[in-house]
Design a protein around this ligand. Sequence first.
Ligand SMILES: C[S@@+](CC[C@H](N)C(=O)[O-])C[C@H]1O[C@@H](n2cnc3c(N)ncnc32)[C@H](O)[C@@H]1O
Length: 323
Amino acid sequence: MTVSNQAFGDQYALYNGDCVEVMQSLPTASVHLSIYSPPFGGLYHYSSDPRDLSNCDDYDTFFEHYAFVVRELARITMPGRMTCVHAMDVPRSNSGTDSYRDFSGDIIRLHESEGWAFTGRRMIWKEPLAVRLRTMQKNLAHASLVADSLDCGVASGDYLLTFRRQGKNPVPVSHPVGMLEYAGERVMPSDILSYRGWSGKQTENRYSHWIWRQYADCMWDDIRIGRVLPYRDCREEDDEKHVHPLQLDVIDRCVELYSNKGETVFTPFMGVGSEVYSPVLLGRRGMGAELKESYFRQAVKNVEAAAAGYVIGQDNEELCFED
Ligand SMILES: C[S@@+](CC[C@H](N)C(=O)[O-])C[C@H]1O[C@@H](n2cnc3c(N)ncnc32)[C@H](O)[C@@H]1O
């Protein structure tokens, strides 16, 4: 495997290199869970490296390249375990009269063709004005509505897509006293708090039942959008855009639902390290690959903080202009 840099600790292994090459060096069925945001079909460009998936000539070429990732992930994942993909609808342009590509639909079809079973889609809700200010989407300007409301667009949410690898899972992810932590912005009703860790009949466990109702919901409208890792320091001078880290609430939920403590969680597109930081803080082993050196360096800082037990990643999202 060709990596330019790497960092190891008892609970993590981070590689500065191409994710396909990194995965090719990992044993079959050695990973219990993967979580990631792929580059969004060329919507943002992270680097000029030809191995960078954001750098493909067009949408179809992106999917040809991405198929290698999905295939390798299937090989390294334990039978019956999950991969979680964060995606969004991809606008074809920013003309003010845009149409979208069904990126999540294309991701689902790719996974099915590579032997994964599609197990669900959750929408992560986004507030329209914040989307407008972050993306400067012309069809989200109030002026579009005033001029011709046919051009009034949609502040798309994100999607979390889950897939299960073929085969029987040999180790269940069980919760004998139910869920113990809730990652989200709702305030739990005070009368259920005493049920936390309830060891009696689980039908009586109102605390865990309440968390289950939030997590099983198809609409995750309680994600703390600002709960992300620091990322601005790793911006380089010639960067047109910067990475937008995935919200830690989304990752924490996947880690708790789909892995046991001590198991290995992998991310092929590590960015500043969110999908490694969260599993490490939650007692798992995290592994990640990132091509871009400045993001890799930031990921090392963030993951080292998690390994030392420091909680970072509170309200780091600022409203920022993408173009
Ligand atoms: C959407 S960002 C991921 C951000 C990440 N979820 C976080 O919270 O920081 C996609 C990342 O994939 C990286 N990338 C693109 N192609 C890659 C490849 N072939 N191997 C490894 N990383 C790659 C980009 O540099 C970028 O950091």
